[in-house]
Design a protein around this ligand. Structure first.
Ligand SMILES: N[C@@H](CCC(=O)N[C@@H](CS)C(=O)NCC(=O)O)C(=O)O
Length: 206
């Protein structure tokens, strides 16, 4: 299987991290976002959104990081990363949707203002937007922290793609100065995910 990816991308990391946990060797194809390779016609033919990641498995092309995670985990059902139990699968999907709709965009606002604007010369960070992103982030961290008050992992008793999805949204916690320490249950859970060998292996700085 081929994965079109960029190591600095959170969405690409979701796929790479899942593959690494599962011990699946992906043929990784670097898409240089700085050079605009994701907007070239040959790439747009695979992924019309012009974004990474894209998974190609034979004649099957799959975009959207969170469903790529489910697809990869389905290749190794015994891993439990996408659990066979129907309710557990819906729970996992619910948290992945929650991440895509709420958790990740709040962090994304802060990431855009603090990192991407500087990187691509898009002007000065907007303090009001940062404050708004952080306020939303704190609100959603409270939700996750409450959920984790009685759990080790987000769904069921073991690691699933829900954990990998949500933890990846926090991967830039240090440069963004995210207030993880204020949310003890999230902090402890995040510590468990970041202790995984696969997490270290897929760190952009690795
Ligand atoms: N919903 C998509 C989002 C993909 C996405 O936005 N990827 C970013 C990198 S994290 C990207 O390629 N951005 C380039 C662009 O949109 O121009 C997914 O989850 O795969």
């Amino acid at each position: 299987m081929k994965l079109y990816q960029n190591p600095g991308s959170t969405n690409a990391r979701r796929a790479r991290l899942t593959a690494a946990v599962l011990g699946i060797d992906l043929e990784e194809v670097l898409v240089d976002l700085g050079k605009g390779e994701h907007k070239r016609p040959e790439y747009l033919a695979l992924n019309p959104n012009g974004a990474v990641p894209t998974l190609v498995d034979g004649d099957f092309v799959l975009t959207e990081s969170r469903v790529i995670m489910q697809y990869l985990a389905s290749k190794r059902p015994e891993s439990g990363l996408f659990p066979p139990d129907e309710r557990a699968r819906f729970e996992v999907t619910r948290w992945q949707f929650w991440d895509a709709a709420h958790f990740s965009p709040a962090v994304g606002t802060v990431f855009f203002e603090k990192v991407l604007k500087r990187l691509f010369g898009l002007g000065e960070p907007d303090a009001a937007r940062i404050a708004e992103g952080l306020a939303n982030h704190r609100r959603f961290m409270g939700v996750l922290n409450g959920h984790l008050s009685t759990r080790t992992y987000v769904v069921g008793d073991g690691l699933t793609v829900a954990d990998l999805t949500l933890a990846t949204s926090l991967m830039y916690e240090k440069p963004l100065e995210l207030p993880i320490a204020e949310f003890a249950n999230v902090r402890d859970w995040f510590g468990r995910v970041t202790a995984l060998e696969a997490w270290v292996k897929t760190d952009p700085a690795h």
